[in-house]
Design a protein around this ligand. Structure first.
Ligand code: CO
Length: 215
């Protein structure tokens, strides 16, 4: 059997297992969605939101890209964010990075000139490096520096979220959602919280929207 055929076969087995435990499992899942979390994670195949938080399907709305980035002209991220905040009314947004992230590792090295699209993406991580170059280059060994960039990148992405009009409007009108920056350890399976920003956390004024008409 080809590996791709195995996926479909395992899907049938998975569906049957759930039905054996609860004959109405999929009807219930299709009917109700109690989605209080929006997860922005890395595309890495080893970091699955539902699995590492032991969460049933239907609870976490997920967006993933290389190195869990929040880039302010990324339509896929921004449309998912708007849907999560304005329609699902999530109470929490989680940016979850992970140690040993290939995107972070690649961004710390010289780019290969033929990787046109990847290089554009990794440039955003290089910008985070440049912003924190002094602190990062005090850290050795190199692996520790890389781990710190994983953490600093998560912190920057949480701030990028707070700087969106979607989050600022929601903070002004419904005092939520909370923003969380987490880092997952591939080596031990444990998530560390690195940063949390609650509604109303003061932002650098240069990024503030004029929301006087909303309040
Ligand atoms: Co990664």
């Amino acid at each position: 059997m080809k590996p791709i055929e195995r996926l479909l076969l395992e899907n049938k087995a998975w569906a049957q297992e759930h039905l054996a435990q609860d004959p109405h499992f999929f009807e219930k899942l299709a009917r109700e969605r109690r989605c209080d979390f929006f997860w922005i994670g890395c595309s890495d195949s080893r970091v699955h939101a539902d699995e590492i938080t032991n969460t049933e399907p239907g609870r976490i709305f997920v967006h993933r890209n290389i190195a869990n980035m929040v880039i302010n002209d990324d339509m896929t991220l921004l449309s998912a964010l708007e849907y999560a905040v304005d329609h699902l009314l999530v109470g929490h947004i989680i940016v979850c990075g992970h140690y040993g992230c290939g995107g972070i590792n690649a961004a710390m090295r010289k780019a290969k000139p033929d990787q046109l699209m990847l290089n554009k993406w990794l440039k955003h991580i290089k910008d985070v490096y440049r912003l924190h170059r002094h602190a990062l280059e005090m850290i050795s060994p190199y692996a520790e520096r890389e781990n710190r960039l994983v953490e600093l990148n998560v912190i920057e992405q949480v701030h990028n979220l707070a700087q969106t009009s979607t989050v600022q409007k929601a903070w002004a009108t419904r005092q939520g959602p909370e923003l969380h920056g987490w880092v997952y350890g591939l080596g031990n399976g444990i998530i560390r919280e690195i940063i949390q920003l609650d509604a109303g956390t003061p932002l650098d004024p240069i990024y503030e929207y004029d929301l006087t008409s909303l309040t």
